[in-house]
Design a protein around this ligand. Structure first.
Ligand code: NAD
Length: 365
């Protein structure tokens, strides 16, 4: 079967890791017509918008996209293109597996966690009012009527969470647990302090849990969760989190298994799915053929699984495990201590994975 897939190279190191992922996917023999779409800084220069309408239309049409990281200016400039894509396409869950690989230095060599992050709501939706804005002035008036003083120098972010957004993410976590024979879902929150918003998220998780008695269920307060993850992450299985905690805790989990160079993700909705590495555009490494393409390649594996191409995904994952296990041809971030270890670039790692895939496919079963 031939597929048509949207390809978004992104900014910074994005084009290099996405090109590596494209080559590795094609080496499986799958037939894909890629439709290239520019976003971020490049699109802003050529079309005046960091997220032109054609990009969203193209993803809607193809239903699947492989995407590189996109730079978001810090503190000023345009709003996050990633948030815009997730909201516009209602990609309500961000799935982030964090798994140890042989040969990669980690205190936890057998870790296998899955993060299910609500992906469209919470503080991360970026609904904000600047100090001097009209909205902030109106908010100040409203709060004063409620006898709450808001000073002139205040800015404000809204933490909006809905039952619909929370319950569908929670159901996804339990359905995922059942489908993948996982034992436990842990919902992570700060409902002791944010009783209305995180309280709602926790209630939704408890409600979803009632329909899945075969899956163990528990909750953890987010600060305690971070400490527990650093000390004994092997106690956890599937983690369900609101958007902002999910973003932060998934980088922590990536760190537990060897870093951002190995962390893939899938943004999933009813009508579309966008696959991308967890890492950002790492601008200081852009154009240097330096960073690890494995996070992007593993994201492409999640994409292949989503398309039902499980054997091809496994073929790539086995090759990655071999390359990492031997540690001879890897990027700087997963350099092994072996004397034979050679630090190579993004492109060379992709070449090595492709060579391993060819060897593996020649081996008799
Ligand atoms: P980053 O993930 O780009 O980089 C942080 C550090 O992680 C790098 O300096 C590097 O040491 C390491 N790293 C990242 N990717 C790696 C890889 N593939 N191989 C090896 N090491 C790797 O985070 P940042 O510097 O905080 O963000 C840079 C930009 O990326 C910002 O504009 C941010 O908004 C954006 N961003 C985009 C996405 C996305 O598009 N989904 C996600 C996160 C950050």
């Amino acid at each position: 079967m031939a597929y048509t897939i949207t390809l978004i190279p992104g900014d910074g190191v994005g084009p290099e890791v996405i090109e590596a992922a494209r080559r590795v996917v094609e080496a499986t023999g799958i037939e894909i017509q890629w439709e290239l779409q520019e976003t971020g800084e490049k699109a802003l220069r050529t079309s005046g918008s960091p997220i032109p309408d054609e990009v969203l239309e193209n993803i809607r049409k193809n239903k699947v996209a492989l995407k590189g990281p996109i730079t978001t200016p810090v503190g000023t400039g345009f709003r996050s293109v990633n948030v815009a894509i997730r909201k516009a396409l209602d990609l309500y869950v961000n799935l982030r597996p964090a798994r140890s690989f042989p040969g990669v230095k980690s205190f936890f060599p057998n870790l296998d966690l899955v993060i299910v992050r609500e992906n469209t709501e919470d503080l991360y939706a970026g609904i904000e009012f600047e100090q001097a804005s009209q909205e902030m002035r109106r908010l100040r008036e409203f709060m004063e009527n409620e006898k709450i003083k808001v000073s002139e120098d205040a800015a404000c972010s809204f933490k909006l969470m809905t039952w619909k957004g929370s319950i569908r993410a929670a159901r996804f976590a339990f359905e995922y647990a059942v489908r993948h024979k996982r034992k436990k879902v842990t919902v992570v929150h700060k409902a002791n302090i944010m009783k209305a918003t995180d309280g709602l998220f926790l209630r939704a998780a408890k409600t979803a849990a009632e329909d899945f008695p075969e899956v163990e269920f528990e909750d953890r307060i987010v600060d305690n969760m971070c400490m527990q993850l650093v000390q004994k992450p092997e106690l956890y299985d599937v983690l369900l989190l609101p958007n902002l905690y999910g973003d932060i805790v998934s980088d922590l989990c990536a760190g537990l298994v060897g870093g951002l160079g190995l962390a893939p993700s899938a943004n999933l909705g009813e009508r579309a799915a966008v696959f991308e590495p967890v890492h950002g555009s790492a601008p200081r490494y852009a154009g240097q053929n330096k960073v690890n393409p494995m996070a992007a390649i593993l994201s492409a594996c999640l994409m292949l699984r989503h398309l039902g191409e499980v054997t091809r995904a496994e073929q790539i994952e086995s090759a990655i495990s071999q390359v990492l296990g031997e540690g001879k041809m890897v990027t700087y971030d997963v350099k092994s201590t072996s004397e034979e270890s050679l630090v190579v670039g993004t492109k060379e790692v992709a070449d090595e994975i492709i060579a391993r895939m060819k060897e593996l496919s020649r081996k008799p079963y």
